[in-house]
Write a protein of this length. Structure first.
Length: 415
């Protein structure tokens, strides 16, 4: 069959027998999807991107609250677009985060809400997510979405610091400083094991402080404070950086070779009932961490593996593709390219028809965590929906970009 090599060349754009690079495959898909989502909003105004597509793989969700532009996902998209070399697109989302940092409807600069309305941003204070309830004839908001989680604030600051480094525009640094100061003031807790609490939950006039502390949130803040300490060594950022890092270190269990997910709502007692993939992986992305923390990967492989990827928690009821991309990034950082390639090959097959990466393979997977302070069950789930955040993590893994340091590692380079 003399025509077989030609067909192979046309199908793969490479000679027959050549091996496809899974990182380049995923980078092409993820970067294209993120860039297209920004380009779909005409003009050059600041914008927020919707976090989830409908279950069909494209288009809006029938449930209004699911059409939100979550701050965490949009911050990730900024960093991923930077890693993709799409700086103009990254700036449009970053400018929306910057505008949100300048004024909040509650009157406090630096406070960001967990979710905003998708689309172009034309007003300040930037309004958080909400929708018109036609049945009840009133404006609705979700108590989580109008709250301010500490980790989400940290990711927004990381996004602005990424843009500051890429553009040398001090406005982005100023925005990150505003967010970091508000987060530190709102959540610092000196009680052992120290660190920072979860933030605020609920409507403006009913906002509840969240007493629990998250290993993941404190990792995020440690990265922000470390970065600011490098930029502004005389500004005192070393102290909150140490406070966040000390909490993460206190949650390391050397006997089990793992991190505990955080504390109970009292802010003191260690939560030994749950396991979270991000709490195990993200500390390894911080700069200058103890080598023994790398043992957490063995725990992840034993307790979170759900072929062909990883689950959020240790019940292994399905694959969480966002976390699987995170694992690929950590493997790459540690030079374990074979494991990273295996995961990236699986990720490459999970892009939806609308371009975004599916959050899960299963219809629903558990996390073991609760949605609100009033929840009586572990009612926080991930669903089979195409997800902006998962797509961004896939791009970061494919581009070997560490979001906590703003640096690419390995041979690839981004302009």
């Amino acid at each position: 069959m003399r025509w077989l090599p030609l067909l192979c060349l046309l199908a793969s754009l490479m000679p027959c027998g050549a091996k496809a690079d899974p990182a380049e495959d995923v980078a092409g898909r993820a970067c294209s999807a993120l860039t297209a989502r920004v380009a779909a909003v005409a003009g050059d105004d600041p914008l927020f991107l919707r976090s989830y597509d409908a279950g069909s793989g494209d288009g809006p969700n029938p449930v209004p609250a699911l059409n939100a532009a979550f701050t965490y996902d949009n911050a990730l998209a900024v960093i991923a677009l930077r890693a993709c070399g799409q700086l103009d697109a990254a700036r449009r989302i970053g400018d929306a985060l910057l505008a949100a940092s300048e004024a909040d409807r509650g009157g406090e600069a630096g406070r960001l809400r967990n979710a905003y309305r998708p689309g172009a941003v034309h007003e300040t204070p930037v309004p958080p997510m909400g929708w018109w309830n036609a049945d009840a004839q009133h404006w609705d908001e979700d108590p989580y979405q109008v709250g301010s989680a500490t980790g989400n604030l940290a990711w927004a600051a990381l996004a602005l610091l990424t843009l500051a480094e890429a553009t040398r525009d001090s406005e982005y640094t100023d925005g990150a400083v505003r967010i970091a100061r508000w987060a530190a003031k709102a959540s610092a807790d000196a009680r052992a094991p120290g660190g920072f609490t979860g933030g605020l939950y609920g409507y403006d006039d009913q906002a509840q402080p969240l007493g629990w502390k998250s290993t993941e949130h404190n990792v995020d803040l440690a990265a922000v404070f470390d970065w600011l300490a490098r930029l502004q060594p005389a500004a005192g950022w070393q102290a909150p950086a140490r406070q966040a890092r000390d909490f993460v270190a206190a949650l390391w269990d050397p006997a089990r070779g793992r991190f505990w997910v955080g504390t109970l709502p009292d802010g003191v007692s260690i939560n030994r009932a749950n396991s979270g993939l991000d709490a195990e992986l993200w500390p390894l992305l911080l700069a200058e961490t103890p080598p023994e923390w790398q043992r957490a990967l063995a725990y992840v492989e034993q307790s979170h593996a759900a072929r062909p990827g990883f689950d959020f928690n240790d019940d292994r009821d399905g694959v969480w593709w966002e976390g699987t991309a995170q694992a690929a990034l950590v493997y790459r950082l540690l030079g374990r390219e074979a494991e990273a390639d295996r995961l990236l090959k699986a990720v490459a097959r999970r892009f939806s028809q609308g371009g975004l990466l599916w959050a899960t393979d299963a219809a629903r997977i558990t996390t073991g965590l609760a949605l609100s302070p009033g929840s009586t069950t572990d009612d926080f789930y991930y669903f089979r929906l195409p997800h902006l955040g998962a797509t961004a993590w896939a791009a970061l893994a494919a581009r070997a970009w560490n979001p906590f340091t703003g640096r690419q590692f390995g041979a690839r380079s981004v302009p």
